[in-house]
Design a protein around this ligand. Structure first.
Ligand code: NOJ
Length: 525
């Protein structure tokens, strides 16, 4: 396995949904010059890396995850020269940029698909998954507007035909076995796209639906793992500092596949977050750990996380996220303190944390919005960034009707300019917790982690961190009620505290930690 890019040891990511970040040409949609303009701001918060959602030419039926041409910038975002300028300016500052690679499907308007949709056999006939002409149309299969008979397989929306990485178990004559020659061509096509951007200086990719390339794959997704194991050796050899983060959600599969990072996506069996309230805010059955109702289960998280960590330590990073463009932002019912408690946890955990734009000011889930570009339930987490109290919250000077999505209508909506002035704002909290992480080696991306207290349906969660000659103990109680924990060790002075008070009483086996409701504390150990 290739060595991990050095820069990841200190990487702290900020995710930008470019549509909604900053519009500089008054068309109501964010753009690359807008990102360039805000690099000072992002760096000033303490971030040194950016993941940007797709910015390629696209009909935007799924917000750009339907790529028409992987090697062109969508005109609404700017030009290739704007991208080159952004890369150069980020590198000048020591920052790194990940683009979003969509390897599993293209737009139905991609040239490959237009050719593949023709009856006459051609170089692209097998680039997508096509059934035999007599196949019945069922969910996941669709008719083309081209001359070809049979149906094509799609991954997400019907406008996103699946590229052909083959089938793990072939049960139909039209299915290509994984690894067969047509699949090799698909793989080479994706490698060329990766090379194109890495040659431009991009530092790597977030990889969309990285887990789902080979169809009907078995447990552990062995055939999809093989595809990545075929892609990475060449790419790592040519670009040893390039980094890839997978949308996989199972680090113990994604890291051996060759990814340097995998998102911990935190869902329980009901599809709700084990950690944060990323589910429907109205759904009272959701029982995340970070909720003042205190119905969460730290043990379920701790068991899964420590298992993933044991299997991946030193080989890749687990990435905790504050949110992303696919999941609900925190609802209005969650207080600023509760948001800070969840961020205090994220930024004192190992691995590489990602913050979704706007989460640094506590932007809230917007309800009842009309979807755009296939956003569905995700619409309310994609509204424009709130920069100040000016027109359109400083996002754009366009007419309000031309905005990509409406701005949060709340007249008390949070904004950057105001939060910069308020010492207790979420924004200043983010700055201070990132600074704390950088100042204390035991909180770093690579430092050790062990669970000290995580019991079923019980608060708090307590963990030890160790690295660079420093040892720390971190405890977090997001529940509104007081709680206590028996720890197997003594603790030293308080390094950092937030919210309610914490007290320590020495005991025969170590100490008893007593925490008030909604509290967080870091002790020296
Ligand atoms: C995951 C992306 O994050 C999401 O936004 C997109 O709609 C699907 N993959 C399909 O590409």
């Amino acid at each position: 396995m290739a060595s991990l890019p050095k820069w990841l040891e200190t990487a702290l990511f900020y995710e930008i949904y470019p549509q909604s970040f900053r519009d500089t040409n008054a068309d109501g949609i964010g753009d690359l010059p807008g990102i360039l303009e805000k690099l000072d701001y992002i760096q000033g918060l303490g971030f040194n890396a950016i993941w940007m959602n797709p910015c390629y030419l696209s009909p935007f039926g799924d917000a750009g995850y339907d790529v028409q041409d992987y090697q062109q910038i969508a005109p609404r975002y700017g030009t290739m020269a704007d991208m080159e300028k952004l890369i150069a300016e980020m590198h000048r500052r020591g920052m790194h940029l990940l683009l979003d690679l969509v390897p599993g499907h293209t737009s139905e308007e991609h040239e490959w698909f237009l050719k593949s949709s023709q009856k006459e056999p051609n170089e692209y006939s097998d680039r997508y998954i096509w059934t035999s002409p007599d196949t019945k149309q069922v969910f996941g299969l669709n008719k083309t507007r081209g001359t070809r008979e049979g149906l094509y397989h799609y991954n997400f929306y019907p406008i996103q035909p699946s590229l052909n990485y083959g089938f793990a178990k072939v049960t139909q004559p039209w299915q290509t076995p994984a690894g067969a020659p047509p699949v090799q061509k698909t793989i080479e096509g994706i490698k060329d796209i990766i090379r194109f951007w890495l040659n431009k200086g991009v530092d790597g990719f977030r990889v969309d639906m990285a887990f789902s390339l080979v169809k009907d794959d078995g447990p552990g997704r062995p055939e999809t793992v093989k595809v990545w194991q075929q892609i990475f050796p060449d790419i790592n050899c040519e670009f040893p500092e390039a980094a890839f983060v997978s949308e996989w959600g199972v680090p113990s599969e994604a890291i051996p596949a060759g990814f340097a990072m995998d998102f911990y996506l935190q869902m329980n069996a009901q599809g709700f977050s084990k950690l944060f309230d990323f589910g429907d805010p109205e759904d009272l059955d959701a029982t995340p750990f970070f909720d003042p109702r205190g119905n969460g289960d730290p043990k379920a998280f701790a068991d899964e996380y420590t298992d993933f960590l044991a299997k991946t330590k030193g080989k890749g990073y687990i990435c905790l996220i504050t949110g992303n463009h696919d999941i609900f932002r925190r609802p209005k019912s969650i207080s600023d303190l509760d948001i800070k408690l969840s961020y205090a946890f994220i930024y004192t955990m190992p691995g590489i944390p990602f913050l979704y734009y706007g989460d640094e000011i506590g932007m809230r889930q917007q309800n009842d919005l009309y979807p755009v570009e296939g956003s569905m339930f995700r619409t309310g987490a994609r509204t424009p960034m709130q920069w100040d109290t000016g027109k359109n919250a400083g996002f754009s000077t366009a007419d309000v009707d031309d905005l990509y999505l409406p701005i949060d209508p709340d007249e008390n909506r949070p904004n950057v300019a105001q939060e910069e002035q308020e010492p207790d704002s979420i924004l200043n909290f983010i700055k201070s917790i990132l600074a704390l992480r950088k100042e204390n080696p035991a909180l770093g991306n690579t430092a050790d982690f062990r669970v000290l207290f995580a019991q079923e349906n019980t608060y708090p969660l307590v963990y030890g961190r160790e690295g660079g000659g420093q040892k720390l103990i971190v405890a977090v109680n997001p529940a509104a009620r007081a709680c206590e924990a028996e720890l197997p060790c003594a603790v030293g002075d308080v390094l950092y505290a937030l919210g309610g008070a914490a007290a320590v009483i020495p005991s025969a086996s170590g100490c008893t930690l007593k925490m008030e409701g909604e509290s967080f504390v870091i002790f020296l150990a």
